[in-house]
Design a protein around this ligand. Sequence first.
Ligand code: HPA
Length: 279
Amino acid sequence: MRRQVNPKTAADTLRRASKLPPRLAIVLGSGFQSIAQAMTVTRAVPYAKLTGFPRPTVAGHTGQALFGTLGSSSKKEILVLSGRAHYYEGHSLETLTFPIRVLAEYGIENILLTNAAGGINKKFRAGEFMQFTDHLNFIGENPLRGTLAKGRERFIDLSQTYDPVLNKALQAAARKTKTKLHRGVYCALSGPSYETPAEICALAKLGANAVGMSTVPEAIVARQCGLRVAALSCITNPAAGISKTPLSHLEVLEIGEQASTQAAKLITEFSAGKMPAAH
Ligand code: HPA
Protein backbone atom coordinates (compact mmCIF):
# COMPACT_ATOMS: atom_id res chain seq x y z
CA MET A 1 0.00 0.00 0.00
CA ARG A 2 1.23 3.51 -0.84
CA ARG A 3 2.43 5.60 2.09
CA GLN A 4 -0.05 8.39 2.71
CA VAL A 5 0.95 12.02 2.39
CA ASN A 6 0.16 13.96 5.55
CA PRO A 7 -2.54 16.59 4.79
CA LYS A 8 -1.05 18.81 7.51
CA THR A 9 1.75 20.09 5.23
CA ALA A 10 -0.62 21.53 2.60
CA ALA A 11 -3.01 22.73 5.34
CA ASP A 12 -0.12 24.69 6.87
CA THR A 13 0.55 26.29 3.45
CA LEU A 14 -3.10 27.40 3.32
CA ARG A 15 -2.81 28.66 6.90
CA ARG A 16 0.14 30.81 5.88
CA ALA A 17 -2.06 32.35 3.16
CA SER A 18 -4.95 32.91 5.58
CA LYS A 19 -4.62 32.20 9.30
CA LEU A 20 -8.35 31.89 9.83
CA PRO A 21 -10.02 29.30 7.58
CA PRO A 22 -13.09 30.58 5.71
CA ARG A 23 -16.34 28.90 6.74
CA LEU A 24 -17.07 27.68 3.20
CA ALA A 25 -14.99 26.02 0.50
CA ILE A 26 -16.22 25.47 -3.05
CA VAL A 27 -14.79 22.94 -5.49
CA LEU A 28 -15.30 24.13 -9.07
CA GLY A 29 -15.97 21.47 -11.66
CA SER A 30 -16.59 21.76 -15.40
CA GLY A 31 -19.20 24.41 -16.07
CA PHE A 32 -18.42 26.32 -12.88
CA GLN A 33 -14.92 27.61 -13.61
CA SER A 34 -16.20 31.13 -14.29
CA ILE A 35 -16.97 31.50 -10.56
CA ALA A 36 -13.22 31.99 -10.19
CA GLN A 37 -13.40 34.93 -12.61
CA ALA A 38 -16.35 36.44 -10.72
CA MET A 39 -14.36 36.40 -7.47
CA THR A 40 -12.39 39.23 -5.93
CA VAL A 41 -9.31 37.18 -5.22
CA THR A 42 -7.15 38.27 -2.30
CA ARG A 43 -4.66 35.39 -2.34
CA ALA A 44 -4.02 32.54 -4.81
CA VAL A 45 -2.09 29.37 -4.00
CA PRO A 46 -1.25 27.14 -7.00
CA TYR A 47 -1.84 23.42 -6.43
CA ALA A 48 1.88 22.93 -7.22
CA LYS A 49 2.60 24.54 -3.83
CA LEU A 50 0.15 22.30 -1.99
CA THR A 51 1.98 19.06 -1.17
CA GLY A 52 0.00 16.02 -2.31
CA PHE A 53 -2.52 17.90 -4.47
CA PRO A 54 -3.07 16.16 -7.83
CA ARG A 55 -2.80 18.46 -10.86
CA PRO A 56 -5.93 18.66 -13.00
CA THR A 57 -5.40 18.10 -16.72
CA VAL A 58 -8.92 18.84 -18.00
CA ALA A 59 -9.25 22.06 -20.06
CA GLY A 60 -10.44 24.99 -17.96
CA HIS A 61 -9.42 23.46 -14.61
CA THR A 62 -6.69 25.89 -13.57
CA GLY A 63 -5.43 24.19 -10.41
CA GLN A 64 -5.41 26.99 -7.84
CA ALA A 65 -6.73 27.54 -4.35
CA LEU A 66 -8.27 31.01 -4.30
CA PHE A 67 -9.13 33.07 -1.22
CA GLY A 68 -11.51 35.96 -1.73
CA THR A 69 -15.08 37.15 -1.89
CA LEU A 70 -17.95 36.74 -4.33
CA GLY A 71 -20.31 39.60 -5.13
CA SER A 72 -19.91 43.30 -4.54
CA SER A 73 -21.54 43.45 -1.11
CA SER A 74 -20.20 40.30 0.52
CA LYS A 75 -17.29 40.56 2.91
CA LYS A 76 -17.42 36.87 3.70
CA GLU A 77 -14.24 35.16 2.65
CA ILE A 78 -14.52 31.86 0.85
CA LEU A 79 -11.93 29.38 -0.37
CA VAL A 80 -12.36 28.14 -3.93
CA LEU A 81 -10.55 25.14 -5.36
CA SER A 82 -10.47 25.97 -9.03
CA GLY A 83 -10.19 22.62 -10.76
CA ARG A 84 -10.24 19.02 -9.64
CA ALA A 85 -8.57 15.78 -10.67
CA HIS A 86 -10.74 12.91 -11.90
CA TYR A 87 -10.60 9.13 -11.58
CA TYR A 88 -10.59 8.84 -15.39
CA GLU A 89 -7.32 10.78 -15.52
CA GLY A 90 -5.74 7.80 -13.81
CA HIS A 91 -5.58 9.05 -10.22
CA SER A 92 -6.49 6.76 -7.36
CA LEU A 93 -9.56 7.79 -5.36
CA GLU A 94 -7.21 8.35 -2.42
CA THR A 95 -5.16 10.87 -4.42
CA LEU A 96 -8.06 12.74 -5.93
CA THR A 97 -9.85 13.13 -2.58
CA PHE A 98 -6.67 14.29 -0.82
CA PRO A 99 -7.57 18.01 -1.21
CA ILE A 100 -10.70 17.36 0.88
CA ARG A 101 -8.55 15.97 3.70
CA VAL A 102 -6.40 19.10 3.48
CA LEU A 103 -9.45 21.38 3.70
CA ALA A 104 -10.69 19.47 6.76
CA GLU A 105 -7.25 19.66 8.41
CA TYR A 106 -7.17 23.41 7.69
CA GLY A 107 -10.51 23.86 9.47
CA ILE A 108 -13.07 24.22 6.67
CA GLU A 109 -16.51 23.27 7.97
CA ASN A 110 -18.78 23.49 4.92
CA ILE A 111 -18.12 22.39 1.38
CA LEU A 112 -19.98 22.90 -1.88
CA LEU A 113 -18.95 20.48 -4.64
CA THR A 114 -19.89 21.37 -8.22
CA ASN A 115 -19.82 19.54 -11.54
CA ALA A 116 -21.29 19.17 -15.00
CA ALA A 117 -23.73 16.29 -15.45
CA GLY A 118 -25.97 14.63 -17.97
CA GLY A 119 -29.68 14.84 -17.26
CA ILE A 120 -31.45 11.48 -16.86
CA ASN A 121 -34.68 12.95 -15.51
CA LYS A 122 -36.62 13.97 -18.61
CA LYS A 123 -37.88 17.13 -16.90
CA PHE A 124 -34.32 18.50 -16.70
CA ARG A 125 -33.24 20.94 -19.43
CA ALA A 126 -29.68 21.81 -20.42
CA GLY A 127 -28.49 24.85 -18.49
CA GLU A 128 -30.58 24.06 -15.40
CA PHE A 129 -29.14 22.95 -12.06
CA MET A 130 -29.67 20.04 -9.67
CA GLN A 131 -28.79 19.87 -6.00
CA PHE A 132 -27.92 16.41 -4.71
CA THR A 133 -30.38 14.78 -2.36
CA ASP A 134 -28.38 11.53 -2.50
CA HIS A 135 -26.02 9.61 -4.75
CA LEU A 136 -25.27 6.26 -6.35
CA ASN A 137 -21.56 5.42 -6.21
CA PHE A 138 -21.07 3.32 -9.34
CA ILE A 139 -17.40 4.14 -9.76
CA GLY A 140 -16.71 0.62 -8.56
CA GLU A 141 -14.46 1.66 -5.69
CA ASN A 142 -14.72 3.46 -2.38
CA PRO A 143 -12.31 6.28 -1.44
CA LEU A 144 -12.16 5.06 2.17
CA ARG A 145 -10.69 1.71 1.15
CA GLY A 146 -7.09 1.19 2.23
CA THR A 147 -5.09 2.65 5.08
CA LEU A 148 -7.32 4.30 7.66
CA ALA A 149 -6.39 7.97 8.05
CA LYS A 150 -5.24 8.73 11.60
CA GLY A 151 -8.08 9.65 13.94
CA ARG A 152 -10.78 8.79 11.38
CA GLU A 153 -13.58 6.26 11.54
CA ARG A 154 -13.63 3.34 9.12
CA PHE A 155 -17.38 2.80 8.68
CA ILE A 156 -19.09 6.04 7.72
CA ASP A 157 -22.84 6.57 7.81
CA LEU A 158 -24.08 7.98 4.51
CA SER A 159 -27.80 8.01 5.23
CA GLN A 160 -27.68 11.81 4.96
CA THR A 161 -24.60 12.69 2.92
CA TYR A 162 -25.95 16.00 1.64
CA ASP A 163 -26.70 18.44 4.40
CA PRO A 164 -30.36 19.57 4.74
CA VAL A 165 -29.36 22.99 6.14
CA LEU A 166 -27.07 23.73 3.18
CA ASN A 167 -29.61 22.33 0.72
CA LYS A 168 -32.27 24.65 2.16
CA ALA A 169 -29.89 27.60 1.83
CA LEU A 170 -29.25 26.65 -1.81
CA GLN A 171 -32.99 26.53 -2.50
CA ALA A 172 -33.43 29.96 -0.89
CA ALA A 173 -30.56 31.32 -3.02
CA ALA A 174 -32.17 29.80 -6.13
CA ARG A 175 -35.51 31.49 -5.37
CA LYS A 176 -33.78 34.82 -4.82
CA THR A 177 -31.76 34.61 -8.04
CA LYS A 178 -34.59 33.01 -10.07
CA THR A 179 -32.47 29.95 -10.82
CA LYS A 180 -34.06 26.66 -11.87
CA LEU A 181 -32.72 24.31 -9.19
CA HIS A 182 -33.98 20.71 -9.26
CA ARG A 183 -33.40 18.17 -6.51
CA GLY A 184 -32.25 14.67 -7.30
CA VAL A 185 -29.98 11.65 -7.11
CA TYR A 186 -26.59 11.86 -8.85
CA CYS A 187 -24.93 8.74 -10.15
CA ALA A 188 -21.12 8.72 -10.42
CA LEU A 189 -19.46 6.48 -13.00
CA SER A 190 -15.76 6.19 -13.71
CA GLY A 191 -15.86 7.49 -17.31
CA PRO A 192 -14.24 8.75 -19.43
CA SER A 193 -16.55 7.35 -22.12
CA TYR A 194 -20.07 8.64 -21.86
CA GLU A 195 -22.77 6.11 -21.05
CA THR A 196 -24.69 3.94 -23.48
CA PRO A 197 -28.44 4.49 -23.89
CA ALA A 198 -28.96 1.07 -22.22
CA GLU A 199 -26.90 2.16 -19.21
CA ILE A 200 -28.91 5.39 -18.91
CA CYS A 201 -32.14 3.40 -19.14
CA ALA A 202 -30.90 1.12 -16.33
CA LEU A 203 -29.73 4.07 -14.18
CA ALA A 204 -33.12 5.76 -14.57
CA LYS A 205 -34.80 2.58 -13.26
CA LEU A 206 -32.39 2.59 -10.31
CA GLY A 207 -33.44 6.10 -9.31
CA ALA A 208 -30.72 8.29 -10.81
CA ASN A 209 -31.69 11.77 -12.02
CA ALA A 210 -28.29 12.90 -13.31
CA VAL A 211 -25.02 11.24 -14.22
CA GLY A 212 -21.39 12.31 -14.11
CA MET A 213 -17.80 11.31 -13.43
CA SER A 214 -16.85 13.06 -10.19
CA THR A 215 -17.90 14.51 -6.83
CA VAL A 216 -19.11 11.36 -5.03
CA PRO A 217 -15.64 10.27 -3.79
CA GLU A 218 -15.05 13.81 -2.46
CA ALA A 219 -18.44 13.82 -0.72
CA ILE A 220 -17.69 10.49 0.99
CA VAL A 221 -14.30 11.67 2.26
CA ALA A 222 -15.78 15.00 3.36
CA ARG A 223 -18.33 13.09 5.44
CA GLN A 224 -15.60 10.98 7.01
CA CYS A 225 -13.90 14.27 7.97
CA GLY A 226 -17.13 15.64 9.49
CA LEU A 227 -17.71 18.42 6.95
CA ARG A 228 -21.19 19.51 5.97
CA VAL A 229 -21.58 18.78 2.27
CA ALA A 230 -23.72 20.18 -0.53
CA ALA A 231 -23.31 19.35 -4.20
CA LEU A 232 -24.58 21.00 -7.32
CA SER A 233 -24.70 19.83 -10.94
CA CYS A 234 -25.04 22.01 -13.99
CA ILE A 235 -27.10 19.86 -16.37
CA THR A 236 -25.16 20.37 -19.58
CA ASN A 237 -26.92 17.81 -21.80
CA PRO A 238 -29.67 15.22 -21.82
CA ALA A 239 -27.95 11.87 -21.11
CA ALA A 240 -27.23 9.31 -23.85
CA GLY A 241 -30.36 7.99 -25.54
CA ILE A 242 -32.43 10.90 -24.18
CA SER A 243 -30.35 13.28 -26.26
CA LYS A 244 -31.18 13.32 -29.98
CA THR A 245 -27.57 14.19 -30.84
CA PRO A 246 -24.25 12.50 -29.98
CA LEU A 247 -22.66 13.70 -26.72
CA SER A 248 -19.55 15.83 -26.86
CA HIS A 249 -17.28 17.40 -24.29
CA LEU A 250 -17.41 20.60 -26.33
CA GLU A 251 -21.19 20.75 -25.85
CA VAL A 252 -20.70 20.16 -22.11
CA LEU A 253 -18.25 23.08 -21.94
CA GLU A 254 -20.41 25.35 -24.11
CA ILE A 255 -23.58 24.85 -22.09
CA GLY A 256 -21.57 25.16 -18.89
CA GLU A 257 -20.21 28.47 -20.15
CA GLN A 258 -23.71 29.71 -21.07
CA ALA A 259 -25.08 28.70 -17.65
CA SER A 260 -22.12 30.15 -15.79
CA THR A 261 -23.59 33.63 -15.30
CA GLN A 262 -26.56 32.03 -13.54
CA ALA A 263 -24.26 29.69 -11.61
CA ALA A 264 -22.26 32.70 -10.40
CA LYS A 265 -25.46 34.46 -9.25
CA LEU A 266 -26.68 31.36 -7.40
CA ILE A 267 -23.37 30.64 -5.69
CA THR A 268 -22.75 34.30 -4.83
CA GLU A 269 -26.13 34.45 -3.08
CA PHE A 270 -25.52 31.10 -1.34
CA SER A 271 -22.04 32.01 -0.13
CA ALA A 272 -23.24 35.34 1.32
CA GLY A 273 -25.61 33.48 3.67
CA LYS A 274 -24.95 32.27 7.19
CA MET A 275 -22.93 29.04 7.22
CA PRO A 276 -23.60 26.50 9.96
CA ALA A 277 -20.80 25.08 12.11
CA ALA A 278 -19.47 21.58 11.38
CA HIS A 279 -21.23 18.61 12.98
N1 HPA B 1 -22.46 11.72 -18.70
C1 HPA B 1 -21.43 11.71 -17.82
N2 HPA B 1 -20.80 12.80 -17.44
C2 HPA B 1 -21.23 13.97 -17.92
C3 HPA B 1 -22.30 14.06 -18.84
C4 HPA B 1 -22.94 12.86 -19.25
O1 HPA B 1 -23.89 12.86 -20.05
N3 HPA B 1 -22.46 15.39 -19.14
C5 HPA B 1 -21.53 16.05 -18.41
N4 HPA B 1 -20.79 15.22 -17.68
